[in-house]
Ligand binder design. Sequence first.
Ligand SMILES: Cc1cc2nc3c(=O)[nH]c(=O)nc-3n(C[C@H](O)[C@H](O)[C@H](O)COP(=O)(O)OP(=O)(O)OC[C@H]3O[C@@H](n4cnc5c(N)ncnc54)[C@H](O)[C@@H]3O)c2cc1C
Length: 470
Amino acid sequence: MHSQSALSIEFIIVGGAISGLASAVSLARVGHKVTVLDDSSDFYDTPMGAGARIPPNATKVLYRWGMEQALREVAIKSTGVLFAQFDNGSIVGTHEWEESVLEETGGDFLLLSYGDLRRILAEFAVKHGAVLRPNSQVISVQADTERPSVTLITGEVLTGDVIIGADGCHVPPYHTRRVVLEATEQEDIEKPTGLQLFNVLVPWSAVDKLNDPVAANVKGTGKLCTWFGRTYGALGFPVKEPGTGASLFTLFVYVERDDDDMTVVYAGKEHLVRWLQGCDPRLRTLAESAEKIICIPMIERPFLEEWIHPDGRLLCIGEAAHPIAAGSIYALSMSIGDAAVLGKLFSHLHRKEQIPIFLNAVQEIREPRVQSVLKASLGNIFAVSLPPGIAEQRDRELRERAEQEVWNLGRAGTQTTSEEMIMAIEGIFAYDPEDSADDWWQQWGITHERAQRLFFGGSFGLNVATEEED
Ligand SMILES: Cc1cc2nc3c(=O)[nH]c(=O)nc-3n(C[C@H](O)[C@H](O)[C@H](O)COP(=O)(O)OP(=O)(O)OC[C@H]3O[C@@H](n4cnc5c(N)ncnc54)[C@H](O)[C@@H]3O)c2cc1C
């Protein structure tokens, strides 16, 4: 069962990647009219995408939205993590997610191609009635208390009741974040971290060529491999190629960077191999067989202090509101969480006066959540955010804690349930964003509606529950 909104309004979503498409699903499925604008040419094909990891706190939401079967067809279920030393590849520790632990979280750890994730979200958005418009670059946004609008590069103007800024902060034409930063007089400080991420796809034949028993085992078990070193790190996992289903290995390699260029580019193999001198020789062999390498400079950008434009109905979410380190498992899952809260709150809409209250509630619920997850994941290897030490590179104490945890794991064996593992499971993976939105509605939303009814004699809207059609 899910609730349909008593009042259907028009949403224009700027940006059709994970935040934008997940929001389109969450809003359209509760009865709102949604248009998604993206500057790319195709929602069903993402050439720059590589591998993606979705943790249980996000998969459970997608399953509830009816995507379980579609995801299972293209994803590999991850059963655990292997930790290896970056310089020589020797395995230091390994840990498996127990079935009972995953049951507690209500979801799965899935490994899949980013393009397939985006395609499935696009298909479900359309199925629920959203209109997806590719080749639609937004060049200006006019926030307004009643009818905000956007202007496309073609000169076309689109007007709606609410604009959702889901155009991120990485790809150059991103716009809504800049508009909100300017209107709220917040400085946009972009700090290069001195690291870069190489996002690499390797055909499985290269893994087979390693003739390595550990590598051979990775495909069947969906093991996430992490290599950790002082200023280097890597993550690798199996994925299926969109369209063909062929086996691929995806590698996220984090190495130092010696310039301040902030552009995301395709890179040549020689560029990556240069950085892999003196590391696990298997990593170098895999890099030499790479089919696609994307180089992403790691930049620190501030969270928006205000996610909502002061002139009215423009709300930023996802990377536009809270930039997260490139390649972190939380970039994707926090975006899906934002979308889930947005859809859940707007399922209670029955009069337009609620719109600004709900938009504010999204930030109220999500900002502390995103911050607390990022904080809790620092130094906790069970939070599987980035290779141990990479997110903590600026904090020696936290970096050493992460390293220590890996060594402890090696000593303790695979089935030990440590305090850190419990923290990761209970604090991060078992969390349900839709429950938080329900709690907010019970605590504040209904109270506000009752006050309105008492003081202004308005009607107290009830949701119409419909059968879940998925
Ligand atoms: C092309 C691409 C490939 C990616 N590949 C991976 C991957 O393989 N693995 C992974 O874990 N993460 C990947 N990510 C990152 C991931 O999507 C984000 O980290 C996060 O999950 C969600 O970000 P978001 O949707 O808020 O913003 P983003 O992912 O940054 O998406 C913003 C979207 O808005 C569009 N856009 C920007 N400006 C405008 C404009 N002015 N008008 C209209 N549209 C605009 C962009 O083209 C993009 O589609 C990729 C992101 C992109 C854009």
